[in-house]
Every structure is written in structure tokens, then in C-alpha cells.
Design a protein around this ligand. Structure first.
Ligand SMILES: Cc1cc2nc3c(=O)[nH]c(=O)nc-3n(C[C@H](O)[C@H](O)[C@H](O)COP(=O)(O)OP(=O)(O)OC[C@H]3O[C@@H](n4cnc5c(N)ncnc54)[C@H](O)[C@@H]3O)c2cc1C
Length: 351
């Protein structure tokens, strides 16, 4: 989606985050006559985490799997075709209710500060990668070390490749990398077995590859090299013994956390800072909400009336593309319900 020259800043639905949840909501919102805008901090593209996946094998409708970038590009094109407006390079950093509606402000790479006014806002801003404490790691970022999954395996040849992590995303990355000609792929896994965190189908595929070596109960201790990464030091958690191995590229994939620190305090979060919605809000908050707005919070609604949340940022959500898509689409249904309630009973908040 291209950035319009003079961006209209008023929306029926403003979406924060252009990953699967945000783009699904944009598609349904725009196709159901809501004036919809989607913002993303990425300066050039939408896609979120899914857009970095080398191969998504479990998204319904793609029987042979689909690459993350292709799936997400198609979603973005579809939302655009149906009328959603794109705002790239836009980092949302505050939201408050004023007498004009929900005011959302952003730092924009093109025009500095931007203000959006929306009747409804959907928080679909996912999660970000956890940092790894290994010594020297930051020094080699972009010079052999990266957070997140690798791009195409054909980029590498006859190299020692490392993936740190033992969950599905790390497994997918290792599997994709194993197609690299002449490469050995090392998985550094803290747990006692892959079964702890990885889906069975993926474990089978990894076991069938003879150029993937899984190092269980192993910590990455430090990395080193000249200008580029040359070696990694790992520690066997059972014996405490250290080992140095030659390394060309290392991908850190050890989980993620939600980006919710900028939200106002009254947007309820769980102890890990994931946003709480609907029935999962605590009883007192639900009671206060109902007293004030004469209806319970909707399933995808947060404790801030008119602010909805979907996808990975939500407490207890399944961290899956299809789940994020479903939740994003659902939230549009909730927005229609809220709009109908306001039409029938009047706004308890200024609109
Ligand atoms: C490498 C990898 C492989 C995966 N493979 C699979 C798979 O095969 N199958 C599967 O089902 N799931 C897979 N997943 C999980 C899946 O990608 C996520 O569950 C899904 O992307 C979550 O979607 P989301 O829309 O909630 O958030 P995200 O995809 O995280 O998107 C959030 C978006 O919000 C933007 N954003 C964040 N903060 C702000 C802000 N303040 N202002 C503006 N924009 C902001 C981000 O730039 C991002 O584009 C994979 C994940 C990874 C990392």
C-alpha cells in the first residue's frame, strides 16, 4: 500500500500494526464500509513476524505452504484494494480519549509527529524478539549475528550456521537453512528435548536432515571474530564444559515479548505485559466498565472502551498466523456491535 500524500487522519477504525491480525482487520473493516487506516513502524512494508517466516506450512488454503513475505504481501494488497489506507514508518507512542474521540499519536519517519483521531482503535502490534545475554553478541549484530529468522538458504554455501532456540520458529529456521549447499546447521537448545517446545511434525523433519546437529542442554556463552563472526563458545549445561566452534552466521530466536509499555496504565495487562481483553478482564474492571458504558466489554475489547486488541499482543492468545487473522477479523465484528450500541443508546464517551 502506498502512502497517500495528504494522509486523512480521521478514521472509523485505526489499526496499530500491519501483521496478520492488523491486515485481516483492515480487510474486513475496509470491506464493511469502515474508514480504515493501518499503521506500521516498518518504513516500507507490512507483514510483522509472519512476513519474516521462510515457509508457513500450516496456514489453511496453501496446501504446499507459502512463504511469509508472499502471504503478507497478498494480505496487504487485498486490504489496499478494498480501501484501507496505509501509514508506513509510523511508530505509535500514545493513545488517549479526548472530546474528539480516541487520539493516537505517532512518530513518523517522514513528517515527524502525526496525530490520528479514530472512533475505534485496534491494537495489533504483536511482539518483539527477546535479547540474548551472550557476551559480545551486540558487537556482531549485522556482521554474522541476527535476531529473527534467516532469509533464503541459497544465500549461504559451505558455512557453519547456528540457530539459538528450541521452539517452532527456531526449528523452521534451522530446517530452511539446511537446504544450504555444503552447510552444517547447529541448533543450540537449552531444554532437555525438542519435544518441550516444538511441534511433532517439525521435529520429524529436523531429525530426517543429516546436516542439522541439535545440541541439547546447551547455552550460547559468547561469540567472537574479527570484523565478521568467526566463532561461538557454547557451554554444556550438564557438565559446565565450554566448547569453541567455528561459526559464520548465528540467528537468535528465543521468544518475544509484547510492546505495550507506552499504553496508558488503565489498559489492563497481565504479569508479562500482554493486553487483557473481554472475559479475561478482572471482575472489578468488568464491573466498572459495565456501570459506565451500560454494556459488558466485548470479546476483543480492552479495559479502555473503544480500544480493541488482537493477535500476539493479547494475553493467552495462540501465537499463530491463522489465530491472529481470526482475531483481527473478529474485532471488526465487535466494532460493529459497539457502533450499534452507541447508535441505539448514545455515546457515553465523546465520538
Ligand atoms: C520466524 C517466525 C516464523 C513463524 N512461523 C509461523 C508459522 O509457520 N505458522 C504460524 O501459524 N505462525 C508462525 N509464526 C507466528 C506468527 O508469525 C505470529 O503469531 C503472527 O505474526 C502474529 O501476528 P500479529 O499480527 O499479532 O503480530 P506481528 O506479526 O508481530 O505484527 C505486529 C506488527 O506491529 C508493528 N508494530 C509494533 N509496534 C508498533 C507501534 N508502536 N506502532 C506501529 N506499528 C507497530 C510491527 O512492526 C509488526 O509489523 C512465526 C513467527 C516467526 C517469528
Amino acid at each position: 500500500m502506498a502512502n497517500p500524500e495528504n494522509t486523512p487522519k480521521e478514521h472509523d477504525l485505526l489499526i496499530i500494526g500491519g501483521g496478520p491480525a492488523g491486515l485481516a482487520a483492515a480487510t474486513y473493516g475496509a470491506s464493511e464500509r469502515l474508514k480504515t487506516g493501518v499503521t506500521d513502524q516498518d518504513p516500507a512494508k507490512f507483514g510483522g513476524q509472519a512476513g519474516t517466516s521462510t515457509l508457513i506450512e500450516n496456514y489453511p488454503g496453501f496446501d504446499q505452504g507459502v512463504t511469509g513475505p508472499e502471504l503478507m504481501q497478498r494480505m496487504a494488497k487485498q486490504a489496499n484494494r478494498l480501501g484501507a489506507t496505509a501509514y508506513h514508518g509510523t511508530v505509535i507512542d500514545s493513545i488517549e480519549r479526548t472530546d474528539r474521540g480516541l487520539e493516537v499519536s505517532a512518530t513518523n519517519t517522514e513528517d515527524g509527529k502525526t496525530l490520528y483521531i479514530a472512533k475505534n482503535v485496534l491494537l495489533a502490534n504483536g511482539v518483539q524478539y527477546n535479547r540474548h545475554p551472550a557476551a559480545n553478541l551486540d558487537r556482531f549484530l549485522g556482521r554474522g549475528v541476527a535476531y529473527g529468522s534467516p532469509d533464503v538458504a541459497s544465500k549461504y554455501k559451505d558455512e557453519e550456521l547456528f540457530v539459538v532456540g528450541g521452539a517452532n520458529s527456531a526449528g523452521q529456521a534451522a530446517y530452511a537453512l539446511s537446504d544450504c549447499e555444503g552447510c552444517t546447521v547447529h541448533m543450540l537448545v537449552r531444554g532437555k528435548s525438542l519435544e518441550d517446545k516444538m511441534s511433532g511434525y517439525l521435529i520429524d523433519k529436523i531429525k530426517a536432515k543429516n546436516n542439522i546437529i541439535v545440541h541439547l542442554e546447551t547455552d550460547l556463552t559468547s561469540v567472537d571474530g574479527g570484523r565478521e563472526l568467526d566463532e561461538v563458545v557454547v557451554t554444556d549445561r550438564r557438565t559446565g564444559q565450554e566448547k569453541t566452534m567455528p561459526a559464520n552466521h548465528l540467528f537468535v530466536m528465543i521468544g518475544a515479548h509484547p510492546r505495550t509499555m507506552w499504553l496508558p496504565e488503565d489498559v489492563q495487562r497481565d504479569k508479562h505485559n500482554y493486553v487483557v481483553t473481554g472475559n479475561d478482564l478482572d471482575r472489578e474492571t468488568r464491573g466498572e466498565f459495565e456501570d459506565q458504558y451500560e454494556r459488558p466489554p466485548l470479546a476483543r475489547e480492552t479495559s479502555m472502551e473503544g480500544l480493541f486488541a488482537a493477535g500476539d499482543v493479547v494475553s493467552g492468545s495462540q501465537k499463530r498466523v491463522a489465530s491472529a487473522v481470526g482475531a483481527g477479523a473478529d474485532s471488526v465484528g465487535d466494532i460493529h456491535k459497539r457502533n450499534a450500541h452507541i447508535e441505539q443508546h448514545g455515546a457515553k464517551n465523546p465520538q
